[in-house]
Write a protein that binds this ligand. Structure first.
Ligand code: SAM
Length: 289
């Protein structure tokens, strides 16, 4: 079979099946074989691995995943792509195709059934309209996942992997850091896709933490504080946490807790690491009256 992730390979399949792109599904197919190599390299897939691919499209990435992995499970929403994928890979032993919306799949059950007792690796050129809900579901749902290697909009990748203090650093960066170690693996220009999107992309790898990276008494409170701290990022912690009101403390009590915890009432959220937020949340939990 010819390589699909090239302009010629992709055009040949589109013509053969008279496929019409559906914008609402975020369909931008990869046509650059070097970028595909970078995705495969970053994901560190071996024959021992079971891979979950989200949105296989016409199989540009799938074709390479099948070669490198022990097993590939692909979940595709577009019914027009199902016969194409079945024709391309239906005979392949280690390939399983599921026609479903990824946000509706019971992933815990699927992983248990398809990869019993083993952790899986997720690889995807994600549909941009639902990047964040997909990533957060993969991180938060306590699934048996080892790593997530995804193509996303460059701006999103920079936000998810941003260092503290940077312009892109925000509540979502801290949420990702709580569950995983993010790493920007490659920048990908927009002309590597068909049709070409209006923005550039990047390959982001998130390796899930085996052990929690922070000791936290109350995870819900930690995320409430983080969300409030970035709701008005130019304000001091004292002012933005007071404006949010969810901690239910007087201004004096909150100022005292912030100062005594060592974080300081006049600090801004963007200067704090996940560890800092965890110490603050634990301190408030233990010392509030
Ligand atoms: N993997 C292919 C590639 O790299 O060329 C296609 C990537 S394209 C950016 C996104 C793919 O996700 C499309 O095939 C689209 O139909 C599919 N998709 C969109 N929304 C989806 C959803 N909710 N669940 C599963 N697949 C979805």
């Amino acid at each position: 079979m010819d390589k699909i992730a090239t302009p010629e390979g992709t055009k040949a399949i589109l013509n053969k099946y008279s496929f019409v792109f559906r914008k609402k599904f975020g369909q931008n197919f990869l046509i650059d074989p070097h970028v595909l190599d970078e995705i495969i390299y970053a994901s560190e897939i071996t024959k021992e691995d079971c891979v979950l691919e989200i949105g296989p499209g016409i199989g540009s990435v799938t074709q390479e995943l099948i070669k490198h992995a022990g097993k590939v499970i692909a979940v595709e929403i577009d019914k027009m792509l199902i016969p194409i994928l079945e024709k391309q890979f239906g005979e392949v032993q280690n390939f399983k195709l599921i026609h479903e919306d990824i946000l509706k799949v019971d992933l815990k059950k699927l992983i248990e059934e398809e990869s019993p007792g083993k952790r899986i690796k997720v690889v995807a050129n994600l549909p941009y309209y639902i990047t964040t809900p997909i990533i957060m579901a993969l991180l938060e749902d306590e699934l048996s996942i080892e790593s997530i290697t995804v193509m996303v909009q460059k701006e999103v990748a920079q936000r998810l992997a941003a260092p503290p203090g940077s312009k892109q650093y925000g509540a979502i960066t801290l949420a990702v850091n709580y569950y995983a170690k993010p790493h920007l693996a490659a920048d990908v220009p927009r002309n590597c896709f068909m049709p070409s999107p209006n923005v550039d992309s990047a390959v982001l790898k998130m390796t899930l933490n085996k052990e929690p990276v922070v000791a936290i008494n109350n995870t819900k409170q930690l995320f409430r504080i983080i969300k409030a701290a970035f709701a008005q990022r130019r304000k001091t912690l004292l002012n933005t946490l007071m404006a949010n009101g969810e901690l239910n403390l007087s201004k004096e009590a909150l100022k005292q807790l912030l100062d005594e915890s060592g974080i300081g009432a006049t600090t801004r959220g963007e200067a704090l690491s996940l560890q800092d937020f965890a110490s603050l949340s634990n301190y408030i939990d233990e010392h509030r009256m």
